[in-house]
Design a protein around this ligand. Sequence first.
Ligand code: IVH
Length: 686
Amino acid sequence: MFLIGQSISFTTREGIIMTEAAAKARILELTQEINHHNDLYYQKDQSVISDLEFDQLLKELISLEGEFPHLKFPDSPSQRVGGTITKQFPTVVHKNPMLSLSNTYSEEDLRDFDQRVRKGLGDKPYEYFCELKFDGVAISLAYEYGILTRGVTRGDGTKGDDVTANIKTIRSIPLSVGKVDTPSYFEARGEVFMPRDAFIALNQSREVAGEELFANARNTASGTLKMQDSSVVASRKLDCFLYSLMTDDQKIYSHEKAIQMLINMGFNVSPTFARCSSIEDVLDYIKKWEEKRLELPLDTDGIVIKVNSMEQQKALGFTAKSPRWAIAYKYKSQSAATLLNSITYQVGRTGAITPVANLQPVQLAGTTVKRASLHNANEIERLDLRIGDTVFVEKGGDIIPKVTAVDLALRKPDLSKVTFPNHCPECETPLERNEGEANHYCPNITGCRPQAIGRILHFIHRNAMDIDSLGEKTVALLYDKGLLKDPADLYELKYEDIFQLEGFKEQATSNILQGIENSKVQSLSKVVFGLGIRFVGRTVAEKLVQSLKSMQAIMDAREEALLEIPEIGQRIAESVVLYFKDEDNLVMVKRLKDAGLKMTTEDDISIENGPLSDKSFVISGVFEHFSREEIQDLIKINGGKLVSSVSGNTDYLVAGNNMGPSKRQKAEKLGIEIISESDLQLLIKG
Ligand code: IVH
């Protein structure tokens, strides 16, 4: 820190000396620029800079705010990236309860509703306002003097959870709104959702990471909003449509006017609404959106019909649970009837038994459905299934179609009830079912073929130890030959073990062994993830490692200590403790340690004499063969240093596709070598 004349100056992390006044000016400039790009992107569907350039602006802002914390304003766009950890969300009582809507599935019910409204309003003229019913999580956002102060979930309708830090990461929710016409206090209510594209992309990356897939976008949005680490929420790409504005400060005459005010203040309002002058218009709206809604970026399950005039809404009032001035019309989900041919019981990596219905192929919503999930024994019981039944299958927001009911009218006599097996279909071991759990498990962890193979495949997965020289077939072959029973056996495989297998020549054998050897550089969090502990996905493994720093500490941690860690709840804590109570697991971890795998975060620190040591790298763009994270790991593992922006001290710029032009120009100007991902691999190989 220096004192120059009257003004205070700081040395920023990038080594630039900056006065407070200059920092303030730059912070304001960056804030404006970021808000401008956010507005272009979310309100006008335009993007004039790449994601990476956008991230760069945010990074600079965060870094300046780190140096000058008193210049961090409550509506700074830096809050979008999260970082706050909330172990327990405080409960907040809603100023006005968040009610639900009564549902209807028929035109007749809707006409009855219309009659009730007509009568209730004493035959005075009235209008409706129709919106789609978004399938997400209801949220209430409080703004005081234009600043977003609180985001609360619906909860039980009377009180919900304060999830403000997570809400602030949703880019389309304004952190502050313009001063003109803005009530000094208002609540905007709407639906937080995960766009279908984001949901599919998230599941794809989970698949690549060997993590359990999410069933549907709604539950994923709901789970994400309750995550403890807001930076994980920020990475999940949630969005929000607003459909209600409540304030005591101003008289708002109609729902339409409230919607217009929300739009003017910069909120994201789905442009699918319409004012309808009669119930006939409402029915037309319902027809219009029945198919068209499937093209929207999110799941919708119906429409909401609201009386437009606020005065008339007040006159109609509420029942105990819902308003008399609104109703939801639900579209029937697409379903088809078909025959249940058989049920297969699959054994997963964790030993969980999943029943799957094998169906007579049937067309549903543009695809042929042959199989459907039956979840567990309770579901089979609930449906009262029999092989040979005619069943209804539905495809809602869920990725796997589900069996929803049996057509009892078509049931043939003599069909016997399906009974859930009490022995493992693969290894004949008696199945177990823990109290309170829906799933049956095969407890034969080491001896049950699909479990053992599944565990090894998980361990060698790209996002765990990344042994790509081994494939599913080879692992199965080695398992069947008795050479590979658990992940630790990999490191004890000998040349002859593999070479003797049919079809394995010298090159293939050495490749496999080299791949196994190379995996020893993988970080501790990858080792922990690779163990395949139930409920310990990639993020949880990283959190465990960040907090506890060594395998030994994770093994020794008690439930209470684990519960202190972000993202670790009761279910995960119990699972971790249980895993390390098992003697076989302890022996396996010890063997992994003896084989030379990373067991502490200190082991993770870059190799001092690695091929990239003393070299600094900037990475930019999208790569063909690696994810950004993988390129970063590759550089770190080989001793290189990662820096975020190009400067005179940078040695290499690793350039992918769609790299920002400014980085390239700067690198060219400074004479920094620009290399591709394959050049990087060559550098490492030496
Ligand atoms: S208005 C008094 N409008 O549906 C209730 N709700 O069953 C006012 N929802 O909890 C709610 N889209 O989560 C309204 N366009 C929309 C909606 C909508 C979805 C959800 C909301 C609410 C539930 C009511």
